[in-house]
Ligand binder design. Structure first.
Ligand SMILES: Nc1nc2c(ncn2[C@@H]2O[C@H](COP(=O)(O)OP(=O)(O)OP(=O)(O)O)[C@@H](O)[C@H]2O)c(=O)[nH]1
Ligand SMILES: [Mg+2]
Length: 295
């Protein structure tokens, strides 16, 4: 019975030790797990991802990963990137023979790179032997017509000027099918409702159209959202972001796309025509945003 007492004493001691160890590891997990997720959330917010989206992503990561993986920065980063990518949609490249894409409009604020981007798109389509032509509805800014005309001449493709929506209707009717017509538009301030209405009339002249709101990725997140909201008076098929080379923070782009539920079409990354353009890829964007986490 002395033996029995001794054994049960040992069992009690061991079980206390086990309890202690379990408790310690619980506490460790409690400290480490939220810390890494909090750091991930901070990294997202520092990249200009909205607090709401960052929180949503991190909560999803917490559900996705085992306790073991949640203390691994690489696993957390990759899970966050994949969750973020799932919140983004993309259009894929322009499809020259899709019915809806007969006419492509790039619209947006002044100086974001609409004309340059249109030239890049036209050049890449022409290189792929697709039939493509250019129209400018920018009869407002000095030298806007020769700017597009120059690109058209270099590319050896037709270019016409639409002074009115009726002009545009006629130009479209004259262009042979199949073939894409890319329309350049004057830069408009998002705060000038009358200018945006005028733009809407040009857009309405092409029923089979694709409209991409063109925005500089180097714009403040709140300005981006405000601009998208105001241009949203025109039905948008997607977002196109320019000047990714002029910022190191890509989160506002992702937040805006996720918030609007609009697909992203292209990114431009410099002034070179036709090379500095890429078809938007959700996974790549998410990876860029999360590259600063676990540096
Ligand atoms: N760094 C950088 N510059 C760009 C990019 N895209 C365009 N630009 C430059 O931005 C400037 C304005 O480009 P435009 O294509 O004329 O812009 P826009 O939107 O047509 O301007 P408006 O017609 O006046 O509204 C030019 O100097 C372009 O070379 C880009 O992706 N990165
Ligand atoms: Mg222009």
């Amino acid at each position: 019975s002395e033996l029995l007492t001794s054994v049960s004493r040992d069992i009690a001691r061991l079980s206390a030790q086990v309890q202690q160890l379990v408790g310690a590891s619980d506490r460790a997990a409690l400290v480490v797990e939220p810390e890494l997720l909090a750091r991930c959330q901070q990294a997202l917010v520092r990249q200009d991802v909205s607090v709401d989206l960052a929180t949503e992503v991190v909560r999803a990561v917490r559900r996705d990963l085992s306790d073991h993986a949640l203390v691994d920065p690489i696993a957390v980063r990759d899970a966050a990137a994949s969750r973020l990518a799932r919140r983004l949609s993309v259009t894929g490249p322009l499809r020259p023979y899709a019915d809806a894409s007969r006419v492509v409009f790039l619209i947006g604020p002044t100086g974001v790179g609409k004309t340059t981007t249109l030239a890049k798109l036209a050049a890449n389509l022409a290189i792929q032997q697709h039939r493509v032509s250019l129209v400018t509805a920018d009869t407002f800014r000095i030298a806007a017509i020769p700017q597009l005309q120059t690109y058209a001449e270099i590319l050896g493709i037709p270019m016409e000027v639409a002074y009115t929506p009726a002009d545009l209707t006629q130009i479209i009717a004259r262009r042979p099918e199949p073939g894409l017509i890319l329309v350049d538009t004057p830069g408009r301030s998002q705060y000038q409702d009358a200018q945006i209405d005028e733009l809407a009339e040009f857009v309405a002249a092409a029923p089979r159209r694709t409209v991409y709101l063109t925005l500089s990725a180097a714009t403040r997140p709140d300005e981006l959202a405000e601009t998208a909201q105001r241009f949203g008076r025109i039905e948008l098929d997607g977002l196109l972001f320019t000047k990714l080379d002029e910022t190191r923070r890509y989160g506002a782009v992702a937040s805006l796309a996720a918030e609007l539920g609009k697909p992203v079409s292209y990114f431009t990354t410099g002034q070179n025509v036709p090379s500095d353009i890429e078809v938007a890829d959700a996974g790549q964007l998410a990876a860029r945003i999360l590259a600063s986490f676990v540096a």
